[in-house]
Design a protein around this ligand. Structure first.
Ligand code: NAD
Ligand code: SER
Length: 322
């Protein structure tokens, strides 16, 4: 029998591009199919690539049948800051994309596992902000957060009612050097490294003391595959797990960069994203993930800064060679 294939939807984004790379390494390139809305001729990616709009249910079903897909990672979404520009479209994409993958898992017997990411954006101004627990008041006030909280409830519903093996993580802000972020409130924590490496000052769109939960991408990819490879009996939460890596403010990341680039300067000019950040947790309690499937982060701010600066410098050879 052929090995069931893995389909990554939204594979060209910040997470998808790194997840595809790691899945190819661990599961074999021949078992991974990357997809996104961009046409095939524009894309350069190690895995087999298909153009696929997650909102096109008919084509999604056809791809699942044709390629004997056994697992889907559905990463297609509009993130927090971009979502506020067109709330109705963000709601449509985030919910319809999730429903199409959940329905497919209900309808197609060889599609046995779904990963769908949630976010710290499910919390809101009345959630406890320090060491935010798995269960508490949740009153998100962005369309993104509302879609993620609704999505979590639907994941649990499809598990309870239809036995769909759906698994989810509430990712913190994710930071990596390989791909650009796609329109979130935490994007500053990637952009700042690019400015620092080019010896340019950075203007941050959040206040200097705005602490948020964050995670280095390698930890996020490891958590995702660990969750998906864990035996079903270990997955006791079928809405979405809190997940914690580190927590820092714009001032904290600036100081961490200044340890390696002493002349680096950052100014703080908050815009509409400040209000979003102020409604999110400052740190997260991920005891359930640690207890249920053995989660433990490996990267702190200093370790991440070293890796980010080293690898981003390679992307600007004109700066480093003078
Ligand atoms: P991203 O914006 O970088 O990537 C999303 C990808 O989805 C893009 O490549 C885009 O082209 C694709 N896409 C958009 N519309 C599509 C459609 N209709 N059909 C197919 N593909 C489509 O986002 P990301 O940062 O990689 O996030 C991936 C997932 O993780 C999202 O669900 C996001 O909410 C979640 N998440 C991300 C973060 C983070 O910090 N990056 C944090 C929490 C949760
Ligand atoms: N990093 C994401 C954002 O800022 C959180 O889900 O939107």
């Amino acid at each position: 029998m052929n090995t069931p294939k893995i389909l990554v939807i939204g594979a060209l984004g910040q997470i998808g591009s790194e997840l595809v790379e790691e899945l190819c390494l661990q599961k074999g390139t021949e078992n991974v199919i990357a997809s996104d809305i961009r046409p095939e001729k524009e894309v350069n990616i190690a895995a087999q690539y298909l153009q696929l709009n997650v909102m096109d249910k008919e084509r999604l079903y056809a791809v699942i049948q044709e390629y004997q897909i056994g697992t889907i990672y559905n990463l297609a979404a509009i993130l927090s800051a971009k979502g506020e520009q067109d709330p109705m479209f963000a709601w449509k994409l985030n919910m319809e994309g999730l429903f199409n993958t959940l329905e497919a898992a209900k309808d197609i017997s060889h599609l046995t596992k779904i990963f769908w990411p949630s976010s710290i954006a499910v919390f809101g101004p009345n959630s406890p902000r320090d060491n935010t627990p798995q269960y508490c008041v949740m009153d998100p006030n962005t369309v993104y957060g509302i879609s993620k909280l609704a999505g979590e409830r639907w994941c649990e519903y499809y598990f309870e009612k239809y036995g769909v093996d759906v698994r989810s993580l509430r990712y913190p802000g994710l930071i990596g050097y390989k791909a650009a972020p796609g329109g979130g409130t935490t994007d500053y924590a990637v952009d700042i490294y690019h400015y620092a490496v080019q010896n340019k000052p950075y203007q941050c769109f959040l206040r200097e003391d705005t602490a948020l939960p964050m995670m280095y991408m390698e930890d996020a990819i490891r958590a995702t595959i660990l969750l998906m490879d864990s035996p079903p009996e270990q997955i006791k939460n079928r809405s979405s797990y809190n997940l914690s890596g580190m927590s820092f403010s714009p001032l904290g990341i600036t100081q961490s960069i200044q340890k390696q680039i002493p002349g680096f300067q950052c100014t703080y000019v908050p815009d509409f994203r400040q209000k979003i950040a102020d409604s999110w947790p400052m740190s997260i309690d991920d005891t359930e993930a640690r207890n249920d499937w053995g989660w433990k982060p490996e990267f702190d701010l200093e370790k991440m800064t070293g890796i980010m600066l080293e690898n981003i410098a390679i992307q600007y050879p004109e700066v480093t060679t003078g």
